[in-house]
Design a protein. Structure first.
Length: 96
């Protein structure tokens, strides 16, 4: 436990920020997992919806400085690359 008032306040602030950051990071991870799961199942509509939500959550985290913008860009790129591959695969199957 800190002896100085400012140190005690800093601890309280850090804990608040940690919990807030964890919420934004966890939300983004959850939507990414759901999107990947939908892609693996071949459910294009759900994959699109969850991908959109994941991109939104990632952008929000980058905006707040919780995740680095390049990290967010890389994650979005990989996720959307998989989504487009699934769309192409489903499109090719429908064409046949």
């Amino acid at each position: 436990m800190p002896n100085i008032k400012s140190a005690a306040k800093r601890m309280r602030q850090n804990e608040k920020r940690r919990l807030r950051n964890r919420w934004f990071r966890g939300r983004a991870r959850t939507f990414i997992k759901k999107a990947r799961k939908a892609m693996d199942a071949g459910d294009l509509d759900a994959a699109r919806e969850f991908s959109h939500m994941a991109v939104k959550a990632l952008d929000k985290a980058a905006e707040k400085g919780i995740l680095h913008k390049n990290n967010v860009a890389r994650r979005k790129s990989r996720l959307l690359k998989r989504l487009h591959a699934l769309e192409a695969k489903v499109g090719a199957e429908k064409a046949e």
